[in-house]
Design a protein around this ligand. Structure first.
Ligand code: DGL
Length: 295
């Protein structure tokens, strides 16, 4: 188990824990920081055990509980955001049973907002294999309004390609970018045709938090008239609602002058530091931990 937080840390207001299999959850952290600027955050990337999407439910559920327990016990988090669709699908119900008094927020593919946005009555979803084959996702599909058709693509390898791209310095990122582009093209082609006419998809749901960091590439592939829907902002608003309802919201007057974010990983520190710098403008050092343990 990694180090506990320091006595000085423990004297400060409790942070919000956010975790993902890797850097993808940074897209959710970005929205959380915009929505909740007075809050402290501890972000944990389980890079040492990624990717989750092709690993199976039992493995992902076990890791999710290990990370949740670490954040609760070692950092005394006052709320937990599971910034990973795959972990939400595999473990949200059991997490709620294990932590009945902790505000818990998960991430799910935004099928309902997409169904409201579509004009062609056809939407498409890119997700990991774990999310796409989950019972939770089946329930989301079943709840779509009649008449809205949905194509789903399990995007094996895409989260890893985005992760690898983040691990490169900007100068050396070309190889990673090429593989992200190739996979995005393959999966966008499989989901097409794209457009606004009947039979074409006009709305693309990003059902994995990593894919937000390939949004520009995807937008170019599907065309400018296709709406791309992700979940960071609704998740941040839901977190605010839960904190307010349980009297845990930090007063804005106590806003820290510096970004109050602690970045942790179970893998190498450099990729998370680079991604946080490149995508969130956070020039922070990253602590590498070994968060192990059984469920
Ligand atoms: N970012 C994760 C998600 O939203 C999982 C990516 C992976 O590790 O496969 O599903």
């Amino acid at each position: 188990m990694g180090q506990a937080n320091s006595p000085a840390d423990r004297a400060r207001p409790a942070p919000i824990g956010v975790f993902d299999s890797g850097i993808g959850g940074l897209s959710v952290l970005q929205a959380l920081r915009a929505e909740l600027p007075a809050e402290r955050f501890v972000y944990l990337a389980d890079t040492g055990h990624a990717p989750y999407g092709e690993r199976g439910d039992a493995f992902v559920a076990r890791r999710t509980h290990v990370l949740a327990r670490y954040l609760v016990q070692q950092h005394g988090v006052k709320a937990l955001v599971v910034a990973c669709n795959t972990a939400t699908a595999a473990a949200m119900d059991s997490l709620r049973q294990r932590y009945p008094h902790l505000p818990l927020v998960g991430v799910e593919p935004a099928l309902k907002p997409a169904a409201s946005a579509t004009r062609s009555q056809r939407i498409a979803v890119m997700a990991t294999r774990g999310t796409a084959s989950s019972a939770r996702f089946e329930r989301l599909l079943a709840a779509l309004p009649p008449g809205v058709q949905c194509s789903v693509q399990a995007c094996d390898g895409l989260a890893s390609a985005i992760e690898a791209q983040a691990a490169c310095t900007p100068d050396a990122a070309a190889a990673g970018t090429a593989s992200t582009l190739e996979l995005c093209r393959r999966y966008a082609d499989a989901l097409g045709p794209w457009g606004e006419r009947a039979g074409e998809s006009d709305t693309l749901v990003l059902g994995c938090t990593h894919y937000v960091f390939a949004q520009d590439v995807l937008q170019r592939l599907v065309g400018p008239r296709v709406t791309i829907v992700s979940t960071g902002e609704p998740v941040a608003r839901q977190t605010r609602r839960l904190l307010a309802r349980t009297n845990r919201l930090q007063a804005v007057g106590r806003m820290a002058p510096q970004p109050d974010v602690c970045l942790l990983t179970t893998g190498a520190a450099a990729p998370l530091a680079l991604a946080a710098q490149r995508w969130l403008g956070l020039g922070l050092s990253v602590r590498s931990l070994g968060v192990r343990g059984k469920n």
